[in-house]
Ligand binder design. Structure first.
Ligand SMILES: C[S@@+](CC[C@H](N)C(=O)[O-])C[C@H]1O[C@@H](n2cnc3c(N)ncnc32)[C@H](O)[C@@H]1O
Length: 371
């Protein structure tokens, strides 16, 4: 049974721009006195209770805007790498072309920002879960994507410098003055310096080819006592109550996702299997909480219903992204891609099937002494 404590509102990393509906704002303050930390034992969430049919009409559920209207002072992006590549009508990163098989165009950026809102809804607005000290000075966001997490973290930590690194130059040009972005391959040697208070990664565990190497780099980049935080989506469709048969259109789609992404060296089970790798890298106080996000607004719990709306939106937009490259690379014809997409889209409307995606929240610390 999941303990609610690690993801309590107002704990470390609570975002003032929480995706929570109005009136449920989380505190933005960072304080060592209010540390809440993930439990050291693995915590798995029990099945999600489904709503009675019609319990809360879908159109009464409020989804927060993902527009960030609060970018404060300004610095421009430092990288000069602004090239892109195009394939099957979608745009991809060109630096280290082929390394990451998902597009980086406007549609994909929108999908990433919807996922960000979903994560905040799921965690009561907390951007991070490690007990970061109030005087934190250096934060690294590995695989920053649109940079939305880094920008909001920089807003919350005005005394810290937040660096976001990604293969794609898709971050906004005008960002808080304490936030900057670099185009780089994080699987190459890190040239970002050390003494970081926190290294953050979100949905990167499956993406990175050599996760033990990256964890060692993160360990070395952290100051003694510094924290690693990983918030990881496991792209494997779950259902606990037998409502989703194997021939369900979304289940078929997610099996194709696994087959095709495996061909790109991605390990979809890695998000839940990080404990031994974190410990081998030298981290201590390794903590893990597993959560489930419903795909669609089928859960009884109101917040999970909102997260489910975001999740359904993000999954719907994943369908064409997968068809643009990974499915083709796995040998599927255009017609087969179309059929998979049509089946998935049709299934997304059926809330009698209680599908969910697992999320894994990890925190781990570089030891204060001897590490
Ligand atoms: C699933 S997205 C996650 C984005 C961001 N962490 C978030 O949660 O909003 C994965 C990101 O990792 C980046 N990426 C993949 N491999 C990378 C690498 N070797 N070095 C740097 N970035 C990488 C991709 O360009 C993409 O933006």
């Amino acid at each position: 049974m999941a303990s609610p404590s690690p993801l309590l509102p107002g704990g470390p990393g609570a975002s003032p721009k929480s995706a929570k509906p109005a009136g449920a704002a989380a505190s933005a303050a960072i304080s060592t006195a209010r540390q809440t930390h993930l439990p050291t034992a693995d915590v798995e969430e029990s099945p999600i209770a489904a709503a009675d049919a019609g319990a809360v009409p879908e159109d009464e559920l409020e989804m927060a805007s993902t527009e960030d209207g609060t970018l404060s002072a300004s610095t421009s992006i430092t990288s000069s790498i602004h090239q892109h590549a195009f394939e099957n009508g979608r745009r991809f990163h060109s630096y280290k072309y082929g390394r990451y098989p998902i597009p980086n165009d406007d549609a994909e950026q929108r999908r990433e920002d919807v996922k960000h809102a979903m994560m905040l809804e799921l965690t009561d607005g907390k951007l991070w879960h490690a007990p970061l000290p109030a005087d934190a000075r250096r934060i690294l966001d590995v695989g920053t994507g649109t940079g939305i997490w880094a920008i909001e973290a920089a807003d919350q930590l005005p005394g810290a410098e937040v660096l976001g690194v990604d293969l794609s130059p898709i971050q906004p040009k005008w960002v808080p003055s304490n936030c900057r972005f670099l185009v780089d391959d994080v699987e190459e040697e890190w040239l970002y310096g050390d003494n970081f208070d926190m290294v953050h990664m979100r949905t990167m565990a499956s993406v990175l080819k050599d996760i033990p190497k990256v964890l060692r780099r993160a360990y070395n980049a952290l100051k003694p006592g510094g924290w690693l935080g990983m918030q990881e989506l496991q792209a494997v469709l779950g259902c606990d109550d037998g409502t989703t048969p194997p021939n369900d259109g979304l289940a078929v789609f997610y099996r194709a996702v696994r087959t095709s992404l495996t061909k790109f060296g991605m390990d979809l089970d890695m998000p839940r299997e990080l404990r031994p790798l974190l410990e081998e890298a030298g981290f201590v106080a390794v903590a893990h909480v597993a959560r489930k996000v419903p795909v669609g607004p089928w859960a009884a719990d109101r917040s999970l219903r909102v997260a489910g709306l975001y999740c359904r939106e993000a999954v719907g937009d994943l369908v064409p992204a997968m068809a643009a490259k990974p499915f083709r690379a796995a040998g599927l014809s255009g017609a087969e891609c179309e059929a998979l997409a049509a089946g998935a889209r049709a299934a997304l409307g059926d809330m009698s099937r209680h599908r969910y995606l697992p999320f894994h929240f990890w925190t781990a610390q570089r030891p204060l002494v001897g590490g």
